[in-house]
Ligand binder design. Structure first.
Ligand SMILES: [Zn+2]
Length: 101
């Protein structure tokens, strides 16, 4: 899971509930968060425009921040799946997991 998140992040790919976003190609750079409901520290602190700037400038910080977001996204999905299994509601609760396909 970490390897996949890191590889995607190195290529400026962020996982969101709406699917994968190539931040270098993002047409809405002013958006406040990479994922609307994401609670990771990257989305709380930095704008999409700033992250896009870091990738465009070739800053290694961009890949680090994107990896942090992607790992948080995966862990959040795993938490949701564990909760769904616990409550017997797995079939109706994997919306974010579909974004990874
Ligand atoms: Zn995030």
């Amino acid at each position: 899971m970490d390897c996949c998140s890191q590889r995607a992040a190195r290529h400026a790919c962020l996982y969101t509930s709406e699917g994968r976003v190539l931040i270098k190609n993002a047409r809405t750079p002013g958006s406040a968060a990479h994922r609307p409901k994401c609670t990771c520290s990257v989305c709380r602190r930095y704008s999409r425009a700033y992250l896009r700037h870091l990738f465009a400038a070739g800053e290694i910080t961009a890949a680090i921040l994107a990896t942090h977001h992607n790992v948080h996204f995966y862990l959040d999905i795993m938490r949701q799946i564990r909760e769904a299994i616990e409550f017997g509601n797995l079939a109706n609760s994997h919306q974010d997991a579909r974004a990874l396909c």
